[in-house]
Design a protein around this ligand. Structure first.
Ligand code: TEU
Ligand code: CA
Length: 571
């Protein structure tokens, strides 16, 4: 035990998320692949990350870029073969890194053989692998495309990807549930056969040497009893994420699989608030190791792609709440980005000049790497990669954008320009443009003449090759912060305290473990600030900063902070 926490490898990890489609193409088809990842393992090892989270690599028709799985035991053809996977895994292990893969078992692809069988007849043995219901008679039914005259869907649930969450199937004249795309039918976890199929596929990958799972929308697996209509104003995701058998299923998964391996599990816990976190991650609950709780990253979200500007005290309040509500039995995560979000430096940094962009990227990564919990970095953030300059609806690959265009824009709820502006600022495609490796064509991502997402034209200014040669680059700065974090357990198991919760520009907090205490100072504004430390606060030895030099002598009580300046002091 350290400071009341049990010591675990996954608590000390710095995880790097790879979205394989956009990481490195090795065969010139413009799509990233597993051999491409293998060719970049030294880059990751040298960065200092020690766990890789691989977004889905399984066989998929890519309705949702791999989050619609057609065969859980087959590698997606575009990504390579099982031999390529084994070679990648061996390369990861050889470098003393670990691999967690993406477990997407709330739903499958509609092309999965289970669903192909399920939809054949109401008596098919696979029928109850999914959630089928009769429609509700309604003589005035709007007869939406694909639904029969005189019937409404079984209830009023809407999909995350626009439109009803129910799809009519003419063959058996019932609707099936899909909380996401039509091509992503929800599995029926009430069916013990489904659960055993999931546990079996989990063992298949764990027995190959995989070190655990990121679990896609895992709180949604237990559907509300009777699938009742949502009442006006009711939060659908909260209802779906807190079903009656969720914890029972997760405890069964832990008992039958997770507890039998030295693995980690991180749940993508949409719909779970801080108060509900212990139920899933508490060590005595024997469910998951940790969850992604989106309190921080969803700050300012006003629905869809509408966000208020970041108000720093609101963000600080989230971290203090986590530090006070979560006990020593509950492990947290620290992240600001993933494949479902815009680039964090464009979202919460200043990209108006190359200098401010680099400073902002370093500042944001400093925060992720010094807050409480397992740290997660998203591919490209270690370079300060930015949003792409989207201009047309047709440029967006994301089904979320395309479906909003087909529904909300078609229905006049928002204009095409509004959708383009929203998706350009906050859409998921921003995180999915190809990694920017060097100045060669397609930023070194692909030797092909077409890439599946456009390469950001700023690859000439932002690319790994240039940054590997520049000791003051965002990449090397990340390397130094990761090394500092790894050098002292205070950053892992230390207590957290916010020393100035109301300040609107400066984030000032400590990480303390016994005699070891660090002061982290972050100027979130692009203006210089003469910041007087709260009484009794010390800034003794500057260990690391995102400016080349420090203007303030040791033990200063007023810090002359420069725009987007980050400093880590050891006291
Ligand atoms: O994301 C679930 C999820 O909540 C996101 O769809 C989010 O609501 C949305 O993107 C906000 O813009 C997981 C995966 O991370 C995502 O890539 C998949 O599309 C989704 O589940 C379905 O598998
Ligand atoms: Ca390829």
């Amino acid at each position: 035990m350290i400071n009341g926490y049990s010591k675990r490898w996954w608590k000390e990890a710095v995880v790097y998320q790879i979205y394989p489609r956009s990481f490195q193409d090795s065969n010139g088809d413009g799509i990233g692949d597993l051999n491409g990842i293998t060719s970049r393992l030294d880059y990751l090892k040298n960065l200092g990350v020690n766990v890789i989270w691989l977004s889905p690599h399984f066989d998929s028709p890519n309705a949702d870029n791999g989050y619609d799985i057609r065969d859980y035991r087959k590698v997606m053809t575009e990504f390579g073969t099982m031999a390529d996977f084994d070679r990648m895994l061996a390369g990861i292990k050889k470098r003393h890194m670990r691999l967690i893969i993406d477990l997407v078992v709330n739903h499958t692809s509609d092309e999965h053989k289970w669903f192909q069988e399920s939809r054949k007849s109401r008596t098919n043995p696979y029928r109850d692998y999914y959630i089928w219901r009769d429609g509700k008679p309604n003589p005035n039914a709007p007869n939406a495309p694909g639904t029969p005259p005189g019937l409404d869907p079984p209830n009023n649930y809407n999909s995350f990807f626009s439109g009803s969450a129910w799809q009519w199937d003419e063959t058996t004249r019932q609707f099936y549930l899909h909380l996401f795309a039509v091509k992503q039918p929800d599995l029926n976890w009430e069916n013990p056969k489904v659960r055993q199929e999931v546990y079996s596929l989990m063992r298949f990958w764990l027995d190959k040497g995989v070190d655990g799972f990121r679990m896609d929308v895992i709180p949604l697996i237990s559907k509300p009893t009777g699938l009742p209509d949502l009442t006006p104003g009711q939060n659908a995701v909260k209802l779906w994420a807190n079903g009656p058998r969720r914890d029972e299923f997760l405890q069964e998964m832990n008992r039958e699989v997770l507890s039998k391996y030295d693995d980690m599990s991180v749940g993508e816990a949409i719909g779970i608030d801080l108060a509900g976190t212990h139920d899933i991650v508490g060590e005595e609950r024997h469910q998951l190791s940790q969850i992604f709780n989106f309190d921080a990253t969803r700050i300012g979200n006003q629905g869809g792609y509408n966000y208020r500007p970041l108000h720093l005290p609101e963000l600080k309040a989230v971290y203090t709440a986590h530090a006070t509500v979560l006990g020593k039995q509950d492990w947290d995560t620290s992240f600001l980005s993933n494949h479902d979000m815009s680039r964090v430096v464009s979202r919460w940094g200043d990209t108006s000049t190359p200098e401010l962009r680099a400073l902002s990227a370093k500042l944001l990564q400093t925060m992720v790497l010094t807050l409480r919990g397992t740290a997660y970095l998203y591919q490209g953030d270690e370079l300060g990669m930015t949003n792409y300059p989207w201009t047309k609806i047709s440029e967006f690959n994301d089904i979320e954008v395309q479906n909003r265009f087909k529904t909300e824009v078609a229905q006049g709820k928002l204009t095409e320009q509004q959708l383009i502006a929203g998706a350009a600022a906050y859409g998921r495609d921003n995180a999915r443009t190809p990694m920017q490796w060097d100045k060669s064509s397609n930023a070194g991502f692909s030797k092909g003449n077409h890439t599946w997402e456009p390469v950001n034209p700023n690859y000439l200014e932002i690319n790994a090759a240039d940054q590997l040669k520049d000791p003051d680059s965002v990449y090397h700065y990340n390397q130094r912060v990761i090394a500092l974090r790894r050098s002292d357990p205070a950053f892992i198991y230390g207590d957290y305290q916010d020393l100035d919760p109301t300040h609107e520009q400066v984030f000032l907090y400590t990480r303390t473990l016994g005699a070891s205490s660090y002061l982290i100072v972050l100027n979130f504004s692009s203006q210089p600030i003469d910041y007087t430390l709260p009484p009794g606060t010390q800034a003794k030895t500057l260990k690391l900063g995102n400016y080349k030099d420090s203007t303030d002598p040791a033990e200063s009580t007023t810090l002359h902070l420069r725009p987007r300046e980050a400093r880590i002091y050891k006291n």
